[in-house]
Design a protein around this ligand. Structure first.
Ligand code: AMP
Length: 393
């Protein structure tokens, strides 16, 4: 029997989001719909999920003491990390004290940087990945590139959305790639991963849901990335039965290895019949935003149900669907969006504007969603809608 309370009363069920971006905002909305009290935390004020939460805190989440203080004062029933840059050692400790971390503190710790999850998957679980090596210094980096061969891909171990990432075509490209990686990491200069370039036919996110009733898979999501940053995604990505079942097998091994309940975004490359593990988020995935139009239960609704221990009797997919990001480039502390009416004029389209208050450089500010008769039609519709929105900074 599951009991849920009423927000702002003594019966409350409290969910604390660590990270309050666009993905956290949708988890907050899904939780709000079930009368869960939502507390949003991030490093800056007025972050997207804070705008729909009951309360919010602005702290540096890598500061273990600051994190512990708000958790001890709020005593949430569920602590739900939305980003990697958190003091995961504090989460590990808090879990031993009885706090519930989604999906587990260990999963948050292993996926905090690219090294933990890559070694766990490739070395402990024996799952196929691209070739890889880690480097702290330029000398180690050069050696790693030469050993792995060209082309290869370099990424800071603490980075996301393609920041600091580049593909090196030949020896001459190493110098520039090293400096890009040193400028682009989340914590400034530091350790990088060098990966063999996978010349994949396509790449997918296999959303894998672990919940009280077992493990279920969402239909595979195909996506296109530019410089390591997601531009559009679609569902269902056509796959042979054999590749899909291999992808599901790998996703099950990895997510079982991490444990806990929640949704996992398992990123895989597919080349012919081969499936190669790329990386994983133990939480909703940006490319999974397409599920806000493609399914009866979005990845956010599924995550929330799994966290709360609720059943998931069926996930219904509505046919070809797509998402396309809206990016803003420049500097602003009050972005606005023109032609929103044009974006929504076609049938079966939808729009999310995240409400991010500050833009410095390039930032994802929204996403357009569409259903279509075919994947191509859905992609074109979502892209038309996204391109019709003019971001004014
Ligand atoms: P990541 O941040 O690791 O998910 O990388 C972002 C994107 O860069 C991926 O979705 C791929 O499109 C591309 N990418 C990353 N690693 C590789 C690789 N080893 N080979 C080919 N493409 C890659």
């Amino acid at each position: 029997m599951t009991t849920l309370g009423t927000p702002n009363t003594t019966s409350q069920t409290k969910l604390m989001l660590l990270g309050s971006g666009e993905l956290g905002k949708e988890v907050a909305i899904a939780a709000q719909r079930l009368g869960v009290e939502v507390i949003a935390v991030d490093r800056y004020d007025n972050a997207p999920a804070m705008q729909v939460a009951h309360r919010s805190y602005t702290i540096r989440m890598q500061d273990g003491q600051a994190l512990r203080e708000i958790i001890e004062s709020e005593k949430p029933d569920h602590i739900v990390p939305e980003i990697e840059a958190i003091s995961t050692d504090t989460l590990v400790q808090l879990e031993t004290e009885g706090y519930s971390i989604t999906p587990t503190a260990r999963a948050a710790k292993l996926t905090m940087d690219r090294e933990g999850i890559r070694k766990f998957v490739a070395e402990d679980l024996g799952i196929r990945t691209s070739e890889f090596a880690f480097a702290d210094t330029k000398e180690e980096f050069t050696e790693a590139c030469l050993r792995i061969g060209f082309p290869c891909v370099v990424k800071p171990i603490m980075s996301s959305s393609g920041k600091g990432q580049s593909t090196i075509r030949d020896e001459a490209g190493m110098e520039l790639a090293w400096s890009i990686a040193q400028d682009g990491g989340r914590t400034g200069a530091g350790r990088v991963i060098v990966e063999g370039f996978v010349d994949f036919d396509y790449e997918i996110t296999l959303l894998t849901l672990k919940h009280k009733g077992g493990t279920v898979f969402v239909d595979p999501i195909g996506h296109r990335q530019d410089d390591g940053d997601y531009q559009e995604s679609w569902q269902p990505q056509p796959m042979t039965e054999q590749t899909l079942s291999e992808a599901q097998r790998m996703a099950k091994v990895v997510t079982d290895g991490l444990g806990g309940y929640g949704i996992f975004g398992v990123e895989l490359f597919v080349k012919g019949d081969d499936v190669i593990f790329s990386e994983l988020s133990p939480r909703p995935h940006d490319t999974g935003m397409v599920t806000m139009i493609s399914q009866n239960l979005s990845q956010f609704a599924l995550h929330t149900r799994a966290i709360l221990g609720l059943p998931i009797p069926a996930i219904r997919q509505y046919g070809p669907a797509a998402s396309h990001v809206i990016l803003g480039k420049g500097d602003s502390d009050s972005p606005s969006f023109q032609n929103v009416d044009t974006a929504l004029k076609e049938e079966d389209t939808d729009l999310r504007l995240f409400g991010k208050p500050v833009v410095k450089g390039e930032r994802r500010l929204g996403v357009c969603l569409a259903l279509g008769g075919t994947i191509q039609e859905a992609r074109e519709k979502a892209s038309r809608a996204a391109n019709s929105v003019k971001v004014v900074l």
